[in-house]
Design a protein around this ligand. Sequence first.
Ligand SMILES: NC(=O)c1ccc[n+]([C@@H]2O[C@H](COP(=O)([O-])OP(=O)(O)OC[C@H]3O[C@@H](n4cnc5c(N)ncnc54)[C@H](O)[C@@H]3O)[C@@H](O)[C@H]2O)c1
Length: 343
Amino acid sequence: MRTDLRFGVIGWGYWGPKIARNLDGLSNASVVMVADLDQRRLASIVANQPWIKTTTSIQDVLASDVDGVVIATPVRTHYALAKEALLQGKHVLVEKPLTASVAEAEELVALAHDMKLTLMVGHTFEYSPAVNELRKLVQSGDLGKIYCVEAERVNLGLFRSDINVIWDLAPHDVSILLYLFGKTPKHIKVQAHAHIQPNICDVAHLDLEFEGDMSAHIHVSWLHPCKIRRVTVIGDERMVVYDDTNPSEMIKVYNKGADVHADPVVSYRYGAITIPHIDWMEPLRLECEDFANAIITGEKPRANGEVGLAVVRVLERAQEALQQQERSIPMATTAEESTVSSR
Ligand SMILES: NC(=O)c1ccc[n+]([C@@H]2O[C@H](COP(=O)([O-])OP(=O)(O)OC[C@H]3O[C@@H](n4cnc5c(N)ncnc54)[C@H](O)[C@@H]3O)[C@@H](O)[C@H]2O)c1
């Protein structure tokens, strides 16, 4: 079994170099080739990492002896590039969202399965130690019955012109929700507005209803003065705030709540706030480790193709909800669609 893995990276914009740095940092992997359609993007590699081959043709990468490829290009290109890479026998890590449609994602999942290759999606937050701490709290029952979740991912920009803010930012929050609770929503309602570019919404609110009377609200925006990356989980025993912008106190558990009594009607509980210690590792490093490990062992990575498909299902329904006047349509109905497989 080979343990020295060689990788190609397709797309050298904002995110491609970050994945490459983390892959290269693994003891058993190296990035040997990078492709970008834009020759100017490759200049920094030629100058600083001359041992990495550069090319403007993705065929050069796919025809080479690399074991796996990373696709860090715009969303509309994910499906075609990933399909070609799988057909050429390469293991594939595609950036989020996996594809621009459910049909495309289903095809990639089936193809990877038939070819016995790893298909993984860049759901970076599923690898965040803070999100994993939050998941432990949720799944241990420590928070009690979960009433609702509020997720906020807002900042000024980065505006994209090929996709709206739902397809750009909500994949993170949807993947976090599915990872925390292991189920997909039953209903979705969307309200969104395009303020800066015509017909490309830059502010969106998604309301998701889950089985068991749990709801979640996702607010994503490119038009906000502050950078907020926060998920609040409200349980009937405890409440948790996960703030990704506060490295020393990413998770705060509030021993607070409201109880219903006959008289007075509602009483409040105020207790201590605890801040669990989190052993920090860069999520992208853990994601790259999982990709390499999946290639070596043949095991499914955590953010596998099916997980990517489950997120695209929610995004596609959200897009449909956005286009419908009443903006509320049912989600998955079959048992298969309503479960999420992750390790
Ligand atoms: N996981 C995360 O936290 C995270 C963060 C940022 C971006 N992303 C994802 O990464 C992907 C890329 O985003 P970005 O911000 O780096 O975009 P970007 O526009 O900065 O870079 C994209 C690059 O791809 C190149 N490109 C376009 N089509 C190509 C093709 N067919 N073949 C080869 N190269 C091609 C462009 O020339 C450009 O250099 C997107 O899917 C985005 O959603 C993920």
